[in-house]
Design a protein around this ligand. Structure first.
Ligand code: SF4
Length: 356
């Protein structure tokens, strides 16, 4: 048998579940121990090395580390509601309680003569810049917006992530001698490549939401928004109000941010429905009701299915799978159509059919 090689990170990855579950393999136990000792700056820097944006992630991470946390399994034996350690929020504690850490940022090695261009100033490009600039690379980051951050800045509502946190953490990276070409959208790779860069990193992300081509979509276009675009419009101040009755489709962070933003912009009747119906999500947002509760009907799923199975149409629509074949819409929102468990004709003449 070989001795355990504790210098090998893979050893910790295998035995420390939360660290293994974290996409950045953040050494969770280490930084939480430091927080327990009141060493917030040390805890912050441990995080910074791993995940680059601890203040941002401490507020917004999906935290896959927490379902993996052993504490949840220990408490499962002791009670009905096992809870993991609040790993994500502890990251925020470190970020908020730390001292000035500017002096702890990496020292820059002498320039090595290599030039690197990063397209986009979101987390991917900034991470590349953070890792390469201290090694002596001459890094230039291009972005079409005025400030760095990408999706961090444009798609996450301010009430969840204050702008000063973004400024601070993008600033740590840009201050490593990184050239930031703001308001410069890269339109031609050929032109960029002709500028003599040794490497180009394309970190422009995929800032596109998913559209739904369903009956009424075109006619009601002014009242139907794609989540991430709408959030960006709110973030930039182009959108300041919304109608009182709002339906949000989706169950992820974007949907929840849309719910919260809609509530703040004047929505008094905000309902949410999602594929797969995870009911716990809709309880996260105060004042937002899940579609099934609001209607009293047993909504099982919202799924995208072939719009017209009778004609094998390839258009995709949104329909619901319900126990009862008698409903054709929720709350008067005719963008929905109902698909039921059994074949039949609804009260309004809609043909229903089992999608299986
Ligand atoms: S909160 Fe996110 S970044 Fe932090 S340890 Fe968990 S998964 Fe990793």
């Amino acid at each position: 048998m070989h001795r355990t090689d504790i210098a090998n990170p893979a050893y910790f990855h295998k035995v420390v579940d939360c660290q293994w579950a974290c996409p950045a393999h953040t050494p969770v136990p280490e930084y939480i121990r430091l927080i327990a000792q009141g060493r917030y700056s040390d805890a912050y820097m441990i995080n910074w090395v791993s995940n680059v944006f601890p203040g941002v992630l401490g507020r917004t991470c999906d935290r896959p580390c927490e379902p993996a946390c052993r504490r949840g399994r220990v408490e499962e034996n002791n009670g009905e509601h096992p809870e993991p350690v609040a790993i994500c929020r502890l990251k925020r504690v470190a970020a908020d309680m730390k001292d000035d850490v500017t002096g702890r940022m990496p020292k820059l090695a002498p320039k090595n003569g290599k030039r690197v261009a990063c397209i986009g100033a979101g987390p991917a490009s900034l991470t590349v810049a953070r890792d390469l600039a201290p090694l002596g690379y001459d890094v230039t980051v291009f972005d079409g917006e005025a400030k760095a951050g990408g999706f961090i800045r444009t798609q996450i509502p301010r009430f969840r992530l204050p702008e000063e946190v973004i400024d601070e953490e993008t600033g740590y990276i840009l201050n490593l001698g990184v050239h930031f070409r703001n308001n410069q959208r890269v339109e031609s790779m050929k032109s960029l490549m002709s500028q003599g860069y040794d490497a180009i990193f394309v970190g422009c992300g995929a800032p596109r939401g998913r559209n739904l081509e369903i009956p009424g979509r075109t006619e009601a276009a002014l009242h139907i928004h794609i989540g991430i675009d709408w959030l960006a419009s709110v973030s930039f101040g182009h959108v300041k109000t919304i109608g009182k009755r709002v339906i949000v489709l989706g169950g992820g962070n974007t949907a929840m941010d849309c719910c919260r933003s809609a509530r703040r912009l004047g929505g008094t009747d905000v309902k949410v429905g999602s594929e797969g119906y995870p009911p716990e999500l809709s309880t996260l947002v105060e004042g937002v009701t899940p579609l099934n509760d609001a209607t009293g009907r047993k909504l099982k799923f919202l799924r995208r299915i072939p719009f017209d199975p009778m004609t094998n149409s390839t258009t995709w629509g949104l329909r619901a799978y319900q126990d009862s074949p008698t409903a054709s819409s929720w709350g008067g929102q005719n963008v929905f159509d109902v698909y039921t468990k059994s074949e039949g004709t609804g009260l309004d003449g809609t043909k229903y059919r089992d999608w299986n």
